[in-house]
Design a binder for this molecule. Structure first.
Ligand SMILES: NC(=O)c1ccc[n+]([C@@H]2O[C@H](COP(=O)([O-])OP(=O)(O)OC[C@H]3O[C@@H](n4cnc5c(N)ncnc54)[C@H](OP(=O)(O)O)[C@@H]3O)[C@@H](O)[C@H]2O)c1
Length: 281
């Protein structure tokens, strides 16, 4: 296998490179400066020249709030980019996993979202990612779309590290208790992405357990205290997400069902993943 990782400098790209190194997988990482995924001719030339056999697309426009003002940019990277990679993977017969998000859903469902549930994005970012999914599978029906949520990992700044930093600095921390989702340990996600390289269709992956940001903050506090990590926080207050008034709407219920992928692999609990993360940082 010769795996191409476009967007290798981002959160998932960094984690995936670390995993490939550990597992002795031959990989070629590229950042935006090396190959811009919106440029079909450089995407095609690179895949051919480098004799790539598989692609895991980690390149994305992920500035969820800024996307509300930068629709064109978001669609270029999140829709045209995946379309190009889909086209090239189909033409050259490459295994292709494309990453997507729970933000393609509107969060109104009461239960966890299944792969076949109707997409109804609330934000420009969500719309651009949904468009990207459709274009990937139109171009290459053998490709795989892997949706995930709330990714964290030690190789990069992420929302768990941001919460931990806040708990270290602030005595009172307010965290939303009316939006739920599932956290995803980047290392586990990277393993899932690798194991889907021979599959096709849509899969969801996240660690087990549905949580609000308030519950996540409480979990991080509890585990940090056990490890003697010095924290300033005295109190974590559950509040409505409305208090934070972000430009882009987020789904109230962002919980992804992972029953489909659980037929292929075991998934550990969020607490187990968080414990490993805190032991490693
Ligand atoms: N992190 C999460 O919580 C989360 C949750 C759900 C889904 N996802 C999905 O997981 C995937 C990876 O996310 P991530 O968190 O790793 O994102 P990230 O940290 O923002 O990384 C994205 C990478 O893509 C690069 N990129 C942007 N435009 C590009 C272009 N035109 N050509 C090539 N590379 C380009 C960026 O480079 P620059 O920095 O130079 O722009 C950056 O290194 C995305 O598809 C995302 O939608 C992530």
């Amino acid at each position: 296998m010769r795996l191409w990782i476009p967007g290798s400098g981002g959160v998932l790209g960094t984690l995936l490179q670390a995993l490939c190194q550990q597992q002795g997988i031959c990989f070629v990482p590229t950042t935006r400066a090396d190959i811009d995924v919106t440029d079909i001719s450089s995407v095609f030339r690179f895949a051919q020249d480098q004799k790539v056999t598989h692609i895991i697309n980690c390149a994305a426009y992920t500035a969820v709030d800024l996307a509300e003002k930068e629709k064109e940019k978001a669609f270029a990277v999140n829709a045209l980019g995946p379309e190009n990679l889909g086209k090239v993977s189909a033409t050259l017969g490459l295994g292709f996993v494309h990453l997507s998000t729970n933000f393609i859903f509107d969060g109104q469902k009461e239960a966890a979202y299944e792969e076949a549930d109707e997409a109804r994005p609330l934000s420009v970012y969500g719309e651009s990612k949904w468009e990207g999914e459709k274009r990937v599978l139109e171009q290459n029906p053998h490709a795989c779309v892997l949706r995930t949520s709330w990714v964290f990992g030690k190789e990069a700044k992420n929302f768990v590290s941001s919460i931990l930093e806040t708990l270290k600095k602030e005595t009172v921390v307010r965290a939303a208790d009316d939006q739920v989702g599932r956290v995803t340990y980047g290392k586990d996600l990277a393993e899932a992405a690798l194991s889907l390289l021979s599959k096709n269709g849509v899969y969801h992956f996240a660690n087990l357990g549905s949580l609000s940001r308030f519950q996540i903050a409480c979990g991080i506090k509890e585990e940090a205290e056990k490890r003697g990590i010095p924290l300033a926080v005295q109190e974590i207050i559950p509040v409505s997400a409305k208090e934070f008034s972000m430009p882009a709407k987020r789904p109230q219920n962002g919980v992804l069902s992972t029953q489909k992928i659980e037929k292929l692999m075991e998934i550990r609990s969020w607490k187990n993943a968080l414990t490993e993360y805190l032991d490693e940082i």
